[in-house]
Design a protein around this ligand. Structure first.
Ligand SMILES: [Mg+2]
Length: 266
């Protein structure tokens, strides 16, 4: 995904809107129940492995400087508005209210305060390309991501991401991490986005492991950790901003360097 990754869902902890079905409810499971040894570790990308926030800030500043005459106000105000619009429209994409390309176009149009009649899809795409060039040029792995990937290198590793597989593969390749992963499972290919259980189930199937032997870690409590738990995986919330504690059935870490211990000692 290319949307802002500091999103925080508010689903009351144990229920969420499944974009492909009715509301699902799952009671919390005690963490002291016997669990299967972990065979496969899945990672979210943005905000988990890749510093999306820093790259997004660079991209938005690129828009600010290129379209200074059409974007009044300070750079800081524009950056905040871009973050807000990214969260708004990417969550609409997750709810199935717009396409992946559509959420990009809505973010651009709303930033410029124009309607689809005033800015065509092609025009919105051209403006987005200005953002994207700077955004992609600023991709980098978090230092703790490098340490965790190194420590878990003997495990089959996969990625479960809300976004396009081509774009997300380019991102992983851009930061030199693509060859670390045996599978990249992307919502745009499947038609299901996290937290829908189907994307987690597809990922486990692709890796040939039962959900109970898979762990998924991500920076979104709802989409990553609760979604993974609901699909039968171990869901770990990477709470980089230390906003915890989160629901009882979700394991929480604040740095990826804490992840190997969870994997090694279930
Ligand atoms: Mg994320």
């Amino acid at each position: 995904m290319t949307a802002g990754e500091s999103f925080r869902g508010d689903c009351g902890g144990l229920c969420f809107a499944n974009p492909t079905g009715p509301m699902r409810h799952r009671p919390p499971e005690p963490l002291d129940m016997p669990r299967s040894p972990i065979q496969v570790v899945f990672f979210d990308i943005d905000g988990t492995l890749v510093d999306h926030a820093g790259a997004s800030r660079a991209g938005a500043l690129g828009l600010f400087h290129r379209f200074r005459d059409r974007l009044p106000g300070s750079a800081e105000r524009l950056l905040q508005r871009w973050d807000d619009l990214t969260e708004l429209h990417f969550d609409r994409y997750l709810r199935g209210e717009t396409s992946y390309a559509g959420q990009r176009r809505w973010r651009i149009r709303d930033l410029f305060h124009v309607t689809p009649g005033e800015m065509s899809d092609a025009e919105a795409d051209a403006v987005y390309a200005v953002y994207r060039e700077r955004y992609e040029g600023s991709w980098s792995l978090y230092p703790d991501a490098v340490a965790a990937l190194d420590a878990l290198s003997r495990y089959p590793l996969g990625v479960i991401t809300n976004g396009g597989s081509v774009h997300q593969r380019q991102k992983l390749a851009g930061v030199g991490a693509l060859d670390r992963f045996a599978a990249v499972i992307a919502s745009e290919d499947l038609g299901f986005a996290k937290p829908a259980p189907q994307i987690f189930e597809a990922a486990c199937e692709a890796m040939g492991a039962p959900p109970s032997a898979c762990l998924h870690v991500g920076d979104r409590l709802d989409a990553d950790a609760i979604g993974a738990c609901d699909a039968g995986l171990r869901g770990v919330w990477l709470d980089r901003h230390d906003e915890g504690p989160g629901p009882a059935n979700v394991e929480r870490i604040t740095r990826l360097t804490e992840l190997p211990a969870l994997v090694f000692e279930p």
